[in-house]
Design a protein around this ligand. Structure first.
Ligand SMILES: [Cu+2]
Ligand SMILES: [Zn+2]
Length: 210
């Protein structure tokens, strides 16, 4: 099989023409009946663009599967236009309200989910609920377990995408989240964590329906 190579285009960039930075060399390779065009791209942006085009689109759904301290079930995250819908379905949860947050890290090993880190809070804002401002993008408010220990709650949050939270963790707390509204001595911690107490169970958020 014979291959022939011809340099068909070569133009040095002009000092006052930044467009030409990106396409400095092009080489056509004649291989059997196929012509391959090789471009030496010198712009990082164009390289990144082509790299992204070559990747499969990200899934629109993620899941956090719980199996810890009698808490089992899952939360399903669905990416929609500018919002993420979260369908929380759990059993084995002590009756009552429990704070629910996306935490910074996806490490759920060790005692009490501590390696999950703090609330996902890239903008360094004060803690809040699932809606309004201020809030951490990881703040999902409270979920309620009924007398049978079943949680069946749907939460919709804005200003966060699955790309931001996959690989992090979802943490269910022992107590109720005060949503940043704590007063007096409770105020300081309220603005950080919502005073929702220890971590009852946690699960890694991962892509699903891939
Ligand atoms: Cu939390
Ligand atoms: Zn928070």
């Amino acid at each position: 099989m014979i291959a022939a190579s011809h340099r068909v285009y070569k133009k040095r960039q002009k000092k006052n023409s930044h467009n030409r930075k990106d396409l400095c060399d092009a080489t056509a390779l004649l291989h059997s009946d196929i012509i391959f065009i090789r471009l030496d791209l010198r712009s990082k942006n164009i390289k990144n663009c082509i790299t992204e085009m070559g990747q499969a689109p990200l899934p629109k759904t993620a899941v956090a599967v719980f199996s810890m301290n009698d808490v089992t079930g899952k939360a399903v995250f669905v990416d929609e236009e500018n919002t993420v819908k979260i369908y929380v379905r759990l059993t084995g949860v002590p009756p009552g309200e429990h704070g629910l947050h996306v935490h910074q890290c996806g490490d759920i090993s060790g005692e009490g989910c501590k390696l999950a880190g703090s609330h996902y809070n890239p903008g360094n804002k004060a803690h809040g609920g699932a809606h309004g401002s201020p809030r951490h993008p990881g703040d999902l408010g409270n979920v309620v377990a009924d007398k049978f220990g079943i949680v069946r709650v749907d939460v919709t949050v804005r200003y966060v995408s699955l790309r931001d939270i996959v690989g992090r963790s979802l943490v269910l707390h022992v107590g109720r989240d005060d949503l940043g509204l704590g007063k007096g001595e409770a105020k300081s911690e309220s603005l950080k964590t919502g005073n929702s107490g220890g971590r009852l169970a946690c699960a890694v958020i991962g892509w699903s329906k891939c």
